[in-house]
Ligand binder design. Structure first.
Ligand SMILES: NC(=O)c1ccc[n+]([C@@H]2O[C@H](COP(=O)([O-])OP(=O)(O)OC[C@H]3O[C@@H](n4cnc5c(N)ncnc54)[C@H](OP(=O)(O)O)[C@@H]3O)[C@@H](O)[C@H]2O)c1
Length: 151
């Protein structure tokens, strides 16, 4: 194993967060497993000397500050932040409610288009309308993370 690190994982009560927490523990690291429902996080992540379960709803600054403090109190520092918690609306475009689509667009895109999030961290290639097929090919081949279409 490389040097022992402290991993701080959000959304560790379900989905990939659980797998990441278990993998980090199995690799010998200390893990701070957080979630909105700490009982659920404890249920799936179990118990271990190197595991600290803490309540953290990522929309709450108060929760975030308390969780970081708890992590530092227990392990002294945080080496790896796994910013895993997220909402996912799966389905066909026509079947999603306008509010679901609107919430995503209102929350995410203005920050990108108005320059508050550096777009290079989200989009790493820009194409015109003619370049859409090439853009999808580049994402499928993992040459690009996200392709922005600028008609
Ligand atoms: N799975 C994939 O193929 C895939 C592909 C690309 C990217 N990703 C990204 O990888 C991450 C995990 O994916 P997943 O498939 O494991 O997702 P998931 O099964 O939907 O799990 C989402 C996790 O986020 C937590 N969460 C949601 N809102 C939260 C909040 N306000 N505060 C704290 N926790 C919150 C959920 O907790 P609750 O149990 O409390 O709801 C749950 O633990 C996401 O960021 C997703 O966008 C996933």
């Amino acid at each position: 194993m490389t040097e022992k690190q402290t991993w701080f994982i959000t959304g560790a009560g379900r989905g990939m967060g659980v797998d990441i927490a278990k993998a980090a523990l199995a690799a010998g690291h200390a893990v701070v497993a957080t979630g909105r429902n700490p009982e659920a996080v404890s249920r799936v992540d179990g118990e271990a000397d190197d595991l600290l379960v803490v309540k953290l709803d990522i929309t709450s600054t108060e929760d975030a500050e308390a969780a970081v403090q708890a992590a530092v109190d227990r392990f002294g520092r945080i080496d790896v932040l796994v910013n895993n918690a997220a909402n996912f609306f799966g389905g066909f475009f026509e079947e999603l409610a306008p509010e679901q689509i609107g919430a995503y667009i209102d929350e995410m895109l203005p920050d990108i288009f108005e320059g508050r999030i550096e777009s290079g961290r989200v989009f790493d290639r820009t194409v015109g309308l003619d370049g859409v097929p090439e853009g999808y090919r580049a994402m499928a081949d993992r040459e690009s993370i996200k392709v922005m279409v600028k008609p």
